[in-house]
Design a protein around this ligand. Sequence first.
Ligand SMILES: [Zn+2]
Length: 76
Amino acid sequence: MAQSAIPSATPSPRTDPAPLRVPVREILPWAVFAAVLGAVLIYFVGAEQGATSLFGGTWVHEFTHDGRHLLGFPCH
Ligand SMILES: [Zn+2]
């Protein structure tokens, strides 16, 4: 038998979990991607109309119209 029935006097080393560390280098590209995607979404919902319109017609405005009102952008 390799194990003894008598408990040892030396305490076992603590096995606390390591603190959760988030490496910034791994997060940064996703944060930039999310910021760009969010800016594009905000643009299409809030500013794709009239003089700031990138696409002709009103189809983008009509497509995002409910979201526009939901988020409180001025519309009509
Ligand atoms: Zn409206």
